[in-house]
Design a protein around this ligand. Structure first.
Ligand SMILES: N[C@@H](CCC(=O)N[C@@H](CS)C(=O)NCC(=O)O)C(=O)O
Length: 228
């Protein structure tokens, strides 16, 4: 049974995203695991395409990802989108405590990981000359990013996944920027449990890389749909 389709209508989801945005990738990865069809619209934030009046009318924050879940109904914030997509599938835990623990890690991702590794990735990997512009900020991002990675490493020493003992949207949220950390000055070699978890996520049927686009070959997928 396939994952969720765009609700309320028979239309496909429309996803406004940027290929090299980790926050956007989280959504593409969840959609791939769920084998949910969607139409991707590339928004180049470096050219200000998320700050045009047309885009701001859809998302006043001027950011991707943005999911049009039904005609004229837009949802922003990657982790809110992940919840929307995952409800009713095994990517969203179904017990009260497991759900809360998934949320705990998704909040952690947004306040401890993404602002540091995400910023380092943006300025070092996407913006030409970004390293020179952000020399001082980079020190802070590295310090705080390493602290976040250590928290993750400690958890993963005794757990295969972040919540519910299985792959959930908490893992997808955290994978988004952790997997590019080594591209922006973070040395992941001293985090063996994180490395093992990264490989575990990558070996999950349906996994796609950040570079994957719908032009690529179709992929196998695991059935994450809700059990009846
Ligand atoms: N908290 C937001 C952050 C989204 C975000 O920072 N998006 C970046 C790309 S990764 C963006 O669109 N930046 C363009 C801008 O702020 O102008 C989320 O998780 O979706």
């Amino acid at each position: 049974m396939p994952g969720p389709q765009a609700s309320e209508t028979t239309e496909m989801y429309k996803l406004y995203s940027m290929q090299r945005s980790g926050n956007s990738y989280k959504i593409r990865l969840a959609l791939a695991f769920l084998d949910a069809p969607y139409r991707a619209i590339e928004v180049d934030i470096l050219r200000g395409e998320s700050r045009t009046p047309e885009f701001l009318a859809k998302n006043p924050s001027g950011q991707v990802p943005l999911l049009e879940v039904a005609q004229g109904r837009y949802l922003a914030e990657s982790n809110a989108i992940l919840w929307y997509l995952a409800v009713g599938t095994s990517l969203a835990p179904d017990t009260r405590m497991d759900r809360a623990e998934a949320l705990q890690w998704m909040f952690f991702e947004q306040h401890a990981l993404e602002p540091n590794i995400g910023s380092a990735y943006f300025w070092l990997c996407l913006v030409k000359g970004g390293r020179d512009l952000q020399t001082h900020a980079l020190e802070d991002w590295l310090e705080r990013g390493y602290a976040a990675l250590q928290v993750m490493e400690n958890h993963l020493k005794t757990h295969d996944y972040f919540a519910a003992g299985q792959l959930t949207i908490a893992d997808i949220a955290l994978y988004g920027y952790t997997h590019v950390a080594d591209q922006c000055d973070f040395d992941l070699s001293t985090f063996p449990s994180i490395n093992a978890w990264l490989r575990r996520v990558e070996q999950t049927p349906g996994f796609i890389t950040m570079d994957w686009s719908s032009d690529s070959a179709p992929h196998d997928h695991v059935d994450f749909a809700a059990e009846a």
